[in-house]
Design a protein around this ligand. Sequence first.
Ligand SMILES: Nc1nc2c(c(=O)[nH]1)N[C@H]1C(S)=C(S)[C@@H](COP(=O)(O)OP(=O)(O)OC[C@H]3O[C@@H](n4cnc5c(=O)[nH]c(N)nc54)[C@H](O)[C@@H]3O)O[C@H]1N2
Ligand SMILES: Nc1nc2c(c(=O)[nH]1)N[C@H]1C(S)=C(S)[C@@H](COP(=O)(O)OP(=O)(O)OC[C@H]3O[C@@H](n4cnc5c(=O)[nH]c(N)nc54)[C@H](O)[C@@H]3O)O[C@H]1N2
Ligand code: SF4
Ligand SMILES: [Mo]
Length: 697
Amino acid sequence: METLKHYRICPLCEACCGLEIRTQGEKVVSIRGAEQDVFSRGYICPKGVSLKDLHEDPDRLRKPLIKRDGEFVEASWDEAFAEIERRLVPIRERHGADALALVIGNPSAHKIGLLAYVPRLVKALGTRNFFSASTLDQMPKQLSSGLMFGHWLSIPVPDIERCDFLLMLGANPMVSNGSLWTVPDYRGKAKAMRERGGRIVVVDPRRTETAAQADEHLAIRPGGDAFLLLGLVHTLFDEGLAKPGRLEEWTKGIAELREAVRPFAPERTAAACGIDAATQRRLARELAAAEHACVYGRLGTCTQRFGTLNSWLVDVLNILTGQLDAPGGAMFPKAAAFAANTAGTSGSGRGVKTARHASRVSGAPEVFGELPITLLAEEIETAGEGQVKALIAIAANPVLSAPNGPRIGRALDGLDFMLSLDIYLNETSRHADVILPGLSPLEDLHFDVAFPQLSYRNHARFSAPVFERPAGMPEEWQTLLRLAALFDPAATSSMPGPEALIDQALRNGPYGLTLEQVKAADGGVDLGALQPRIPELLRTPSGRIELAPTPLLAELPAVEQALAEATDNGLLLIGRRDVRSGNSWMHNLPVLAKGPERCTLLMHPQDAERLGLSNGATARLTAGGTELLAPVELTRDLRPGVVSLPHGWGHDLPGARLGRAAERPGINMNALLDDRLRDPLSGNAVLSGVAVAVEAA
Ligand SMILES: Nc1nc2c(c(=O)[nH]1)N[C@H]1C(S)=C(S)[C@@H](COP(=O)(O)OP(=O)(O)OC[C@H]3O[C@@H](n4cnc5c(=O)[nH]c(N)nc54)[C@H](O)[C@@H]3O)O[C@H]1N2
Ligand SMILES: Nc1nc2c(c(=O)[nH]1)N[C@H]1C(S)=C(S)[C@@H](COP(=O)(O)OP(=O)(O)OC[C@H]3O[C@@H](n4cnc5c(=O)[nH]c(N)nc54)[C@H](O)[C@@H]3O)O[C@H]1N2
Ligand code: SF4
Ligand SMILES: [Mo]
C-alpha cells in the first residue's frame, strides 16, 4: 500500500512542534519531528508520538452519549441536540442567564475550532459564570501584563537564541516543553546557550531536570518567590544598578516602585524564601552585569498566594536591567494573526479592567471575564437568586485538575443538567447528561491562535487534516455554533469557518499574509527573530509601561505579614510534571502509560527517616480532612521539608471509561488542596506549597 507523508502541528502542548506523519490507508505508520518545520526544526517529544495511540484509542468517544436512567447510551447528533434543547434551554429561560455556567479546559487553547468559537457561545449565553483552567495556571501573568503593558496577552518571552544569562523561576521546560513561552527543543537551545558561554540559574524547590542541566540551582522555599524577587528589585535600587536605559522614557512609576521595595532588603527576606542575602545580592549584580539577560517565571510562580505580584516583579527586573524589549532579553512576539496587540491604535489604549462583576457567593472579582475556578462548586451548591443550575464543560476535567476536585464532582451531581464537550467519558464528563465528542487531532486542521503570541521566534504555520473526518461527525466549531444558536439564533451569522477566519486574520495581520501563502510554504513561514516593539505594542491609557500599578503596590502589606508568618514547620506539598503525561487526560495512551509508576510521593531521605518511611513504602497523606495513600520515592533533589506529587491522576472513579488509565490509576493530588486558597488579585488557585501531613501507612 502507498505510504503518504503528512505535515501536522502537534496540539498537545505549547511547543507546537511540526510533525511528519506517515500513513498507509487508514493506518498511522510513523510519527516523527518534521525536519522542514521552520519553527521546531525536527524536534518531537514522546507525546507527539502518542497521537497515533490517541487516534486509535478504543475509549475515545466517536458518538454523542446521552445518560438514560444513569447509563450512557450512544445517540445521533440530532438526538443529542434534541435532548439539550429539551433540558438545557428551559433552565436558562426559567432561572436566567447566570444559571448556566461554562467551564473551559486547557485543550481549548490548542484548537482554533474551540478557541475562536467559544466567545460566540459565551455571547449567546450571556452568563457571568465563566470559569476556565486559566485560574489554575496563568491568570496572574495575564493580569500583571495587562496592568503593565495594557493587554492580557502582551507577555514577554526569553529571546533564548541571543540571551547569555537566564534566570528561571518555577518552570521546568525540559519536561513541560515550555509555557507562556513557545519554545520547542528547550534542551537544545539551553545547551547552545551554555556552549556560547551563557549561564542559566533555576529557582525551584526541586532540582528539576531543567535545574540539573543549568549552571546553578537555588532551592527556594515553596511560596517564597515574592520575597526573593522583592529582595532582587531592592538590591538593584540599593546598589545603584537600576538602569532601564532606552525604556526610561516609556516607563511610569519608577520613584513609587523604589519607595515600595525599600523595606524588602535581602537581609530581611532571606529566611522566608530560603535564599541567603549574599546570594540574592550576587544574583541581582549578575543580572545587572550581563549583556543580554532575561528573567522568566512560570507556573510555579503563578500558582501561589502572590502569583500576580511575582509575575509583575519578574518583568520589573527585566525593565530595571534594561533587558525588556531588547535582543537577548525578554521580548514581545509579533504574531501574524489574531493578536490584539497588533490591532487598533498603537502606543496606547484602554488598558485592562477587572471587577466589572463579582462572583455571587464569595464576591471574587471578575478578571479577563472569568471567575476563579475554585469557586465553581460553591456557586452550584449555594441556593438563591443566580445559583448555577446547569453547566457546559468544554475540554475540561476540573474533578482532577482543580483543588478539592471531589467537592466539584459532588456539586456536579446536584446540577439540573450538565453537558460535556469531551473526547472521553472521564472523571468529569461522567457527571454529564450529554457528552458531545470532538475529532481526533488527526482529523482536524490546525492553526495556533494563541501560541504565536508567545513564541521564541515569529512564524506562521498551518496544517491540514491527516485523515478525513468520519461521516456525520461535525467539527467542534460547528458543534459550538449549533449550541450557541439554541440560545441566540443570530449567533452563527457572519461567523466564517476556520479557514476563512484564519485567512482574514492573516490578511489583517502585521505581515499581510494569506492562508494560501502559509499553506504553500512547506514547514511554515519563518518571520524572523523577535524585534523590539515598545512603544508600538503598548495599550495602556498612559502610553507608558506602568511600573507601579496601584493594585500591586496595595499587596505589599500582605507580603509584610506573610514575611513575618513564614515558618519551616511541617511539610509543604508541591506538584510536578512528567514527560509522558499531559495534565489529566493522556494516561490512557499505551505509549505514555508504559514504564515505571509515575504517581509517587517524592520525599527527601532526611524527612523520610524522621517519619520512618523508606523507598517504596506507602505513605498516608492528610490535608483538609482528606487522606490518600501513595508510594514513596526518595530523592535528594528536593529541598528538605518539601514533598511532591504529580497532578492529573486518580483514574479509579466509577463510571469513567478509561480502560488503560484505570489499570494504574494513581491518586488525585488535588483532593488534598484547599479550594479556599487563591491569589485574590487574579483569582488563581494556590497549587503549591500547601501544608500536608505525612506518615507511614
Ligand atoms: N495540583 C495541580 N493541579 C493542576 C496543575 C498543577 O500543576 N498542579 N496544573 C494546572 C494547569 S496548568 C492546567 S492548564 C489545568 C488543566 O485543567 P483542565 O483543562 O481541566 O484539564 P486537562 O487535564 O487538560 O483536561 C482536558 C479535558 O479535555 C478533554 N479533551 C482533550 N482533547 C480534547 C478535544 O480535542 N476536544 C474536547 N472537547 N475535549 C478534549 C480531555 O478528555 C479532558 O477531559 O490543570 C491544572 N491543575
Ligand atoms: N509533559 C508535560 N508537559 C506539559 C504538561 C504536562 O502535564 N506534562 N502540562 C502543560 C501545561 S497545561 C502547562 S501550564 C505547562 C507548565 O509548564 P511549567 O511552567 O514549566 O510548569 P511545571 O513543569 O509544572 O514546573 C513548575 C515548577 O515550579 C516548581 N515550583 C513549585 N512551587 C514553587 C515555588 O513556590 N516557587 C518556585 N520558584 N518554583 C516552584 C515546581 O517544582 C516545578 O518544577 O506544562 C505544559 N506541558
Ligand atoms: S513538545 Fe509538545 S508540541 Fe512538541 S511533540 Fe511534544 S507534546 Fe507535541
Ligand atoms: Mo496549563
